[in-house]
Design a protein around this ligand. Structure first.
Ligand code: NDP
Length: 243
């Protein structure tokens, strides 16, 4: 395996896409650090599955809106071994509806988690990744180019910011040998959706006719982190069923 012994830290690794990524990367030979914000039990359960398979996983709390918390998270990861990979999957939406109806504090919180969180995650990881010539994968969203009207335009704007962040940072960090890429999922069946039926309700708007499953996002992330993608930086891979 290309990845034997490399440590990859995943924010939002306790549930949904991040948890699926943790399972996939561990199976590929990464030692994974699973970040969770509040649901320690969920993180423990993902790590236990991985360890039961004879692979390497640990858990640590991290709030991506807090630079001190992120610094401690990446120090924990680096204590496991050379930190080669960062997957920024943490995300959440509190405000759903048409913009004029949404609460300003909820809007601020959503932009903090989804945009500032990605910025601070990347910032905190650079000192580690420059030592290993490692790589970052942001989990963006197809919302960045669709705009999500009457649902969460502010979240779409935040994810468009993540896309620009990924592109700009790829150029900023290329001289250090650090690669930066973005995966943009479409509608994926996770607890992210406040209405659990939303993914199925939207099936007719998806060219492939169905929502995606978290495991279907993981291959793109695994490839971007792998040696096979050694000449790939500043790229976006859309995993959105054609949306
Ligand atoms: P989930 O709700 O299933 O999981 C969200 C994860 O993020 C949890 O591990 C949660 O931890 C963590 N998290 C939330 N807030 C914070 C925070 N402030 N700091 C650190 N961690 C936090 O969501 P998904 O897996 O579906 O989403 C993962 C990423 O994919 C997000 O960036 C999302 O925007 C993006 N995405 C999702 C799509 C979908 O349809 N599901 C589509 C396109 C993009 P805890 O449980 O401990 O709070």
């Amino acid at each position: 395996m290309d990845y034997e012994e490399q440590v990859t830290a995943i924010t939002g690794g306790s549930r949904g896409i991040g948890a699926a990524v943790a399972r996939r990367l561990a199976a590929d030979g990464h030692a994974v650090l699973i970040g969770y914000r509040s649901d320690q039990e969920a993180a423990r359960s993902v790590a236990a599955d991985i360890i039961d398979r004879g692979e390497v996983a640990s858990i640590a709390p991290v709030d991506v809106t807090d630079a001190t918390s992120l610094a401690a998270f990446f120090d924990t990861a680096a204590a496991m071994g050379p930190l080669m990979g960062v997957v920024a999957s943490a995300g959440a939406v509190r405000a759903v509806g048409s913009l004029r109806e949404l609460d300003p504090d909820d809007l601020r919180r959503d932009i903090d988690v989804n945009l500032l969180g990605a910025v601070l995650t990347a910032r905190a990881s650079i000192a580690h990744l420059e030592k290993t010539r490692g790589s970052i994968v942001f989990i963006g969203s197809a919302a960045a180019t669709l705009g999500s009207p009457h649902t969460y335009v502010h979240y779409a704007a935040a994810k468009a910011g993540v896309s620009a962040l990924s592109l700009g940072l790829s150029k900023e960090l290329a001289p250090l040998g650090v690669r930066v890429n973005c995966v943009e999922p479409g509608i994926i069946r996770t607890d992210f959706h406040l209405d659990p039926d939303r993914p199925d309700k939207l099936a007719s708007t998806i060219p492939l006719g169905r929502p995606g499953e978290p495991a279907e996002v993981t291959g793109a992330v695994a490839w971007l982190l792998s040696a096979d993608a050694g000449y790939v930086t500043g790229a976006t891979i859309r995993v959105a069923g054609g949306r």
